[in-house]
Design a protein around this ligand. Structure first.
Ligand SMILES: [Zn+2]
Length: 112
């Protein structure tokens, strides 16, 4: 049940569930502490993303070419793959998977 519920959290927040699914997910969130915590984290990340929407003549946040940058999207997708870009509405995972394969990103390792 939990994996299925977690997959429905983003559609729940986006208002994309039918009423029966919405009630089922919300009932589960009332009794499952783990899913409740995941839902809260997801909501906080979404709020952070929308709060970070800035458009001035000299500054755009998120960066207008964020969707082209593997060094941004690979670590972001590790942290929050289902978060949607506030403008394109694509998930971070969808943007990462749409990148061309020629760029490599490797996790940083400290020198020993
Ligand atoms: Zn659960």
């Amino acid at each position: 049940m939990c994996t299925e519920v977690v997959d429905l959290l983003e559609p729940l927040h986006d208002g994309e569930l039918d009423i029966a699914e919405q009630v089922r997910v919300e009932n589960h969130l009332e009794v499952c502490a783990a899913c409740h915590a995941t839902a809260r984290e997801l909501r906080e990340v979404r709020e952070m993303m929308s709060a970070a929407l800035v458009r001035t003549p000299r500054l755009e946040v998120p960066h207008p070419r964020m969707h082209e940058r593997r060094f941004v999207l690979v670590p972001f997708a590790d942290l929050a793959p289902d978060v949607r870009h506030p403008v394109t509405r694509m998930t971070i995972r969808e943007m990462r998977d749409a990148l061309p394969e020629h760029e490599m990103v490797q996790p940083w390792k400290p020198l020993s």
